[in-house]
Design a binder for this molecule. Structure first.
Ligand code: OXT
Ligand code: ADP
Ligand code: MG
Length: 569
C-alpha cells in the first residue's frame, strides 16, 4: 500500500486511540498480549500514557481509583479470556464502589465463540462481564467505535458511576475504513455526567425534618468525596453546625481535626442521633444497614438521604426524606434553602459529642507516642500520623485488617480524596494498583500502609513502581501473618494457615528492582525512613517489624468471623 493510500485510510486500532484522545482519556492501565499488543504500542506512539502492569487485577484497581480521583472513566486494557477474567474482579469492584471505569478487552471473534471452532481461547466474555458491571457492549464494526466509546463513557460516569465493559474482537482492530468517514464517526461526549437537580419539594421536606431535629448528624461517604464539591460540603456542614462523621474514604473532606468532626465519637453519634443526613454514603454493611444495636433504640431515628441513585432510597430502612440528585446540586439547594439564620443544634448535643471526642483522643494520644520495639500498631502509626500531618498533600493508601482499622482511626486526613482504601468489599489487593494510579494521576507522593498479607496480593507490582520510578513509599506492617503471626498448627508439619515465613524481608523485594529497601524496628526509625523516602521521592519499601502478638482476629470486624463451638474428638 502506498503512503498516499494509507493516509486516506484508518483502522480499528487508530479509531480506538482517536476516540480515547477525543474524550481526554489519556492513560491506559493494562497488560499486553494477544490481541492488543500492537494496540498498546500504537497508543503509546500516539501520546497516550500506557502503563504496563504485572497482573491485570492491579491494572484494573488502578483504573478504578483513577476514575474515583478524576471523575473520568479509568481505562484498563487486557488480553482475552484469562487476562479479561483477571481484570473483571477490578471492574466488579469499580461498580460496587461507584467508581467510573472502562475495561477494554481483546476477544475472540463471534463465530469462534459461538461454534467453539477457534484457534484461540473462545470465551464469551461479554456474557460473563454483563452481570458484574453497569453496562457491557461488543463492538463488531470499525464504524461503530466512536459511538461505542461515547456510550461506554456516558454509562460509566452518568448517574451512579460504575464499571463498563467493552468487548473488542481481534478482527475489529485491523478493520480498515476511509479516514474521513472514520473521523466523522467519532463522538466527543457532551456533558457526560449532567447535573441532576433535586426536586425542590424534596429539599424542603429534608430541611423541615432537619430543622426539627434535636440531635442531628451528617454522614459523609465516598460519593461526597467523588463529587468534588468540597467547598460547598464544607459550607453546608459549617452553616448547619451539625456534627459529621466521615466514612473512611471521605476522611479529609473536612480536616479530621475540624471541631464538628464526630469521627472519634462514632458509636455515640450513631446511637444517639435522631435525624441522620446521608451524603453520598449507603446504609450498607459498613453502617449495619441503618439498624441494629449500633443505631440505638429501633425507630429512634429518621434518615435524610442525598444520592444520585433513586433506587438507593429505602433499600434497607425507611428514608423519611429522600433527596435524589447529584451532590453538588443537592448541597447548593440545601445551602440556599437554609437561609442566613439557620439555628445550630443544641449545645447539649454538640457538647456531648465534643466531650466524647476529647475523651477518645486523649485516651489514644499517649499510646501513639510509644517507641516500643517490636512496634505495636499505635507506635508505628503514631509515627506516620505525624508525617501526614506535616505533609497533608500526601495520598495515603491503606489495606490489611489491623493495619487498616488502626490506621483509619489513628491517621488524621486534612484534604479531600487523600485516603484510598479497601472500599465497600474490604478487598485485599488494591494497594499497589491504587498507589500507582494515585501517583500517576495526581503527581503527589503516596504512602501505602500495608498489612504483610494485604501487600502480598499485589506485591509483584513493586517492579512496575520501580519501572516508572514513581514517588511511592510502601510501609509493610510485618507481623508475620494474617491478623497475627502466632497461630500454631499442632496436627501436622504445616504451619498454621494464617502464618507466613517469620521475619521475611519485604524490603529486599524493592531493592531487587532498584528501589530503596529499608528495615526498621522502632517508631523513631520509621519516622526517619518515611521522611527520607518523601525527600527522595523514589520507590521505597520500608519493612516495619510489628509485634506478632499485637493484632486481633479480623481487626475490628471479628464479629463477622464465624467460629465453631463444636469440638471434634
Ligand atoms: O466511638 P467508639 O468508642 O466506638 O470508637 C471508635 C471511634 O470513635 C474511635 N476513633 C478515634 N479515637 C481517637 N482518636 C481518633 N482520631 C479516632 N477516630 C476514631 O475509634 C473507634 C473505631 O473507629 P472507626 O474505625 O471509625 O469505627 P469502626 O467501629 O471500626 O467502624 C466500623 C466499620 C465497619 C465502618 C469499620 O470497621 C470498617 O470500615 N471496616 C472495614 C473493615 C474491612 O473492610 N476490613 C478488611 C477485610 S478483613 C478480612 O476480610 C481480611 N482478609 C480476607 C480477604 C480479603 N479481605 N480480601 C481478599 C481478596 N481475600 C481475602 C485478609 C486475607 S483481612 C486479610 C489480611 C489481614 O492481614 P494483614 O497482614 O494484611 O493485616 P494485619 O491484620 O495487620 O496482620
Ligand atoms: P461509603 O462507603 O463511603 O459509605 P458508598 O460507596 O457506600 O460510600 O456510597 C456512595 C454513594 O454515593 C452511592 O450510593 C452513589 O450512588 C453516590 N454517589 C456517587 N457520586 C454521586 C454524586 N455525584 N452525586 C450524588 N450521589 C453520588
Ligand atoms: Mg499481618
Amino acid at each position: 500500500m502506498t503512503d498516499a493510500a494509507t493516509e486516506d485510510l484508518t483502522d480499528g486500532f487508530h479509531l480506538i486511540i482517536d476516540a480515547l484522545k477525543l474524550n481526554d482519556l489519556s492513560t491506559i492501565y493494562g497488560v499486553p498480549g494477544i490481541p492488543i499488543t500492537d494496540f498498546g504500542r500504537m497508543a503509546q506512539a500516539e501520546g497516550i500514557r500506557v502503563l504496563s502492569f504485572r497482573h491485570e487485577q492491579h491494572a484494573g484497581y488502578a483504573a478504578a481509583i483513577a476514575g474515583f480521583l478524576t471523575k473520568k472513566p479509568g481505562i484498563c486494557l487486557t488480553v482475552s479470556a484469562p487476562g479479561f477474567l483477571n481484570g473483571l474482579t477490578a471492574l466488579a469492584h469499580a461498580t460496587t464502589n461507584c467508581f467510573p471505569m472502562i475495561l477494554l478487552s481483546g476477544s475472540s471473534e463471534r463465530e469462534i465463540v459461538d461454534l467453539q471452532q477457534g484457534d484461540y481461547e473462545e470465551m464469551d466474555q461479554l456474557a460473563i462481564a454483563k452481570p458484574l458491571c453497569k453496562a457491557a457492549f461488543r463492538v463488531l464494526h470499525a464504524e461503530d467505535i466512536g459511538i461505542a466509546f461515547a456510550r461506554a463513557i456516558r454509562a460509566a460516569v452518568s448517574g451512579r458511576p460504575g464499571g463498563v465493559y467493552l468487548d473488542l474482537p481481534a478482527k475489529l482492530f485491523g478493520q480498515v475504513m476511509d479516514a474521513a468517514e472514520g473521523a466523522k464517526s467519532l463522538v466527543k461526549v457532551i456533558d457526560p455526567a449532567p447535573a441532576q437537580l433535586p426536586a425542590p419539594a424534596s429539599v424542603n421536606r429534608a430541611l423541615d425534618l432537619l430543622k426539627s431535629a434535636k440531635r442531628p448528624l451528617i454522614i459523609l461517604g465516598k460519593g461526597a468525596a467523588y463529587a468534588q464539591v468540597d467547598e460547598d460540603i464544607r459550607a453546608f456542614v459549617e452553616k448547619s453546625g451539625i456534627p459529621y462523621l466521615p466514612m473512611s474514604m471521605a476522611k479529609g473532606l473536612l480536616p479530621d481535626t475540624h471541631p464538628q468532626s464526630a469521627g472519634a465519637a462514632r458509636s455515640l453519634a450513631l446511637k444517639e442521633a435522631d435525624v441522620v443526613v446521608m451524603v453520598g454514603a449507603r446504609l450498607n454493611w459498613l453502617l449495619s444497614h441503618g439498624k441494629g444495636k449500633s443505631w440505638g433504640e429501633p425507630g429512634s431515628k429518621k434518615f435524610i438521604q442525598i444520592d444520585i441513585e433513586p433506587k438507593e432510597m429505602d433499600s434497607n430502612i425507611e428514608i423519611a426524606a429522600p433527596v435524589v440528585g447529584d451532590i453538588g446540586s443537592c448541597i447548593s439547594a440545601f445551602l440556599a434553602g437554609m437561609g442566613d439564620n439557620w439555628a445550630s443544634p443544641s449545645a447539649e448535643w454538640t457538647d456531648a459529642i465534643k466531650t466524647k471526642v476529647e475523651t477518645n483522643v486523649a485516651r489514644m494520644a499517649p499510646k501513639l507516642q510509644n517507641n516500643n520495639v517490636p512496634m505495636d500498631y499505635q507506635g508505628a502509626l503514631g509515627a506516620i500520623r505525624t508525617v501526614i500531618k506535616e505533609n497533608p498533600e500526601i495520598i495515603l493508601v491503606n489495606e490489611g485488617a489491623n493495619t487498616l482499622d488502626f490506621a483509619r482511626s489513628i491517621i488524621d486526613m486534612y484534604k479531600p480524596r487523600k485516603r484510598l482504601d479497601v472500599g465497600t468489599w474490604g478487598v485485599m489487593g488494591i494497594g499497589m494498583g491504587q498507589s500507582i494510579a494515585a501517583a500517576v494521576e495526581t503527581g503527589h507522593q503516596v504512602i501505602a500502609i500495608e498489612g504483610d498479607s494485604a501487600f502480598g496480593f499485589s506485591g509483584m507490582e513493586v517492579e512496575t513502581i520501580c519501572r516508572y520510578n514513581l514517588p511511592i513509599c510502601i510501609v509493610v506492617f510485618n507481623n508475620n501473618g494474617i491478623y497475627r503471626g502466632t497461630d500454631i498448627n499442632s496436627t501436622s508439619d504445616d504451619v498454621a494457615s494464617t502464618v507466613f515465613v517469620k521475619d521475611a524481608r519485604y524490603d529486599q523485594m524493592m531493592a531487587a528492582f532498584g528501589g530503596v529497601g529499608v528495615y526498621v524496628t522502632s517508631p523513631a526509625d520509621l519516622t526517619v525512613a518515611v521522611n527520607e523516602a518523601i525527600a527522595l521521592g523514589k520507590p521505597t519499601l520500608i519493612n516495619a517489624v510489628i509485634d506478632e502478638n499485637a493484632g486481633t482476629e479480623s481487626g475490628r470486624i471479628g464479629n463477622l468471623n464465624p467460629q465453631s463451638v463444636v469440638k471434634k474428638k
